[in-house]
Design a protein around this ligand. Structure first.
Ligand SMILES: Cc1ncc(COP(=O)(O)O)c(C=O)c1O
Length: 321
């Protein structure tokens, strides 16, 4: 990062940003890329890009733009969200087909399907290439455009061995994040068709995401791609070790981990978070009865053993009935 050559990315003059955008667009099988500060901004640009005010966006009921983006779709794009409950966060193509309402003066116009891979609140679950293709086909047939919130698409790729471009192919626009499992400090990227890029760039500017000298951040993202992609398999293996250990202690899991996210059921999530924090284990309460654990490049085997030990020190009543 310190050695990165930089330029002004608002003028498309930062060599590291330009190189990263080209590299990741190619990885995802898209024509163009746009470096942005966060996954939230990438999702919001995608929604603004692919809708008009008054449109309806179809998403799984626990999708990030609905749960965790501060109401952005309503404010930034003026759209309504049609939420479809999925199985562990995964959308069923038949459910999506059934939810797409025919043209009628009473209806908001469904124009966009947004799919999350992996599904964060679903438990880091993977939308396979087959499911992604089926979802894309349903959307295309009904004339909807498609967005992939691939904040953790890297994990889906490593968990399944499916090429990134195949996982991304059914979607018009794709968000990937460098600041999660890949371990870069900042940054996400929106990949799209060349024809969509000028408008996406303009929306990024409108949202304040045009950055000067962003090459230091792009350099970190490139480093993460070079060094931290294949090792996501270690995170997945450690999540399974953690799951096995917790089950052996009598804890219940919301779902078995497919990737690097693990949701643990408990009687009082805030008490569990506080109790683990006393032993230096940090996690987040995502519901009153669920904590989320994440394995990542700062957690090694000793860290997993320590986390299991810390859980074993909690009062058994916290595991719930
Ligand atoms: C699935 C998903 N999409 C988007 C985001 C937003 O990313 P950011 O925190 O960089 O805004 C997150 C963040 O955790 C996420 O889990």
């Amino acid at each position: 990062m310190a050695a990165a050559e930089v330029g002004d990315d608002v003028f498309v003059e930062d060599p590291n940003v330009n190189a990263l955008e080209a590299r990741v667009a190619a990885l995802l099988g898209k024509e163009a890329g746009l470096f942005v500060p966060s996954g939230t901004m990438a999702n919001q640009i995608a929604i603004r890009l692919l809708t008009q005010p008054g449109d309806e966006v179809i998403l799984e009921a626990s999708a990030h733009p609905f749960l965790y983006e501060a109401g952005g779709p309503a404010v930034i794009s003026g759209v309504t969200l049609r939420l479809i409950p999925g199985d562990r966060g995964l959308l069923d193509p038949d459910d999506v087909r059934a939810a797409i309402r025919p043209p009628n003066v009473h209806h908001a116009v469904p124009t966009l399907l947004s799919v999350e891979n992996t599904a964060n609140r679903g438990g880091g679950t993977v939308t396979t290439v087959a499911r992604a293709r089926a979802l894309g086909e349903v959307a295309r047939t009904a004339g909807l455009r498609t967005h992939l919130d691939g904040a953790r698409l890297w994990n889906a790729h490593v968990a399944t061995g499916s090429p990134l471009a195949e996982l991304a192919a059914p979607f018009d626009v794709v968000n990937v994040c460098f600041s999660k499992g890949l371990g870069a400090p900042v940054g996400s990227l929106l990949a799209c068709a060349s024809a969509d890029l000028p408008r996406a760039r303009r929306i990024r500017k409108m949202l304040g995401g045009g950055m000067r000298q962003a090459g230091i951040l792009a350099a970190a993202a490139s480093y993460a791609l070079d060094h931290h992609l294949a090792r996501l398999a270690d995170d997945h293996a450690r999540a399974r070790t953690l799951a096995d250990g917790l089950l052996a202690q009598g804890w219940r899991l919301v779902v078995l981990p497919e990737t690097n996210l693990l949701y643990v059921r408990c009687a009082d999530a805030h008490a569990v978070v506080a109790g683990l924090a006393e032993h230096g284990v940090r996690c987040i309460a995502l519901a009153h009865d669920q904590v989320r654990l994440v394995t990542h490049l700062d957690v090694d085997d000793a860290g997993i053993a320590h986390a299991l030990w810390a859980f074993s020190r909690l009062p058994p009543t916290l595991a719930g009935a």
